[in-house]
Design a binder for this molecule. Sequence first.
Ligand code: TYD
Ligand code: ZN
Length: 404
Amino acid sequence: MGKCKVCSHKTESIMSFGKMPIANGFISSVSDDEFVYELKVDICPACFMVQLGETVKPDMMFNENYHFISSTSLVMIKHFEGVASEITGIISSEKSPFVAELGCNDGVMLQHLLSRKIRHLGVEPSKNVAQLAKNKGIEVLEDFFNSSTAENIVRRHGQADVVCGSNVMCHIEDINSVFDGINILLKDNGIFFFEDPYLFDIVKKSSFDQIYDEHVYYFSGLSISELAKRHSMKLVDMAHQDVHGGSMRYYLKKDNSRVISDRVKELFSKEKECKLHEPDSYTKFRDNVNHICKDLKNTLLKLKKAGNRIAGYGATSKSTTLLNYSGIGPEIIDYISDITPTKINKYTPGTHIPVKPYEFFKTDYPPYTLLLAWNHEKEILEKEKDYREKGGKFITFFPEVTIK
Ligand code: TYD
Ligand code: ZN
């Protein structure tokens, strides 16, 4: 039994996945040493926060070798353009608005604020991706965000009208220190919004591959509302997003703020109906996950035994959990195609499947391809019409194994 990282109450176990390597720890040689930790996910019955039982030091994940680049999907590029437009609307009546983004990655969102000449700052601890943003002319502070970073920012830029973050809040173990920082950085009438994979979607689809070292938390409206209260803030709105297999955008304001939207109330009842806050309700999730893993491995083995080559599509962080937990390695998957330059010609963490460039996949067209980047299914199926017309088949696995 562990201790809640938010409120220190005793947590209860949801599921254990055993030893796991770092999700983005692609290796150059199969003989490279790999750090492993115990991947398990717990829930706090007091503040409802679903969280990792054991965490990895941030600098082991977010450093100069961070492999995650936001601008690798057209849908995500468009999505972030939408975020920029929303921000532009929010600040339209301010004189000299200032926007801070936590975890700005390669600047996929801030580039739009830059082109609209809006004062901005990206806070990004991973040096290599921060450099990509800087190359675009975006102002970046290379650091982890907490109260002292917030004080520095306020000294240099003043308080922010908007603070935002996409796929970053769930990464930060000391989330209380982030909220302390937000309280310093945000104007009293400012808005803080962020989005992360939504616990409801993870449970509904059994998409357990979202569970890995970088995702310390799996948020719901119920847990974010509790967290906000602890920091004198209020969850005032929520908006579901189709990205990353189902995400939720949470809007928070300082406590003197306006009323809570009906959307929040509706989503709260949906979450309660699904018992997302109750430790005992996760038995079905565990059973579903184990069933999918068994079924997927059997399906792939059958295809392989019948003489088919199988590739993977998208060397995602998520697939580290899926492949390691299901025991799927290079004896089943010949290689994984990916467009991220830093992943190419490396091997997947733990399972050691070679990552090959997309051009290789295009000339190879194996009969079967495991769609590891399943969250981009629509975009990829559209892009790979030719592959499918020539007889190639994709294998997906959430909420169940399907060949299409
Ligand atoms: P992503 O969806 O961000 O998932 P995670 O957060 O689990 O890493 O990663 C998508 C991966 O798939 C990334 O490595 C880029 C790759 N990819 C392709 O190779 N081709 C594509 O068309 C798309 C959309 C992604
Ligand atoms: Zn708690």
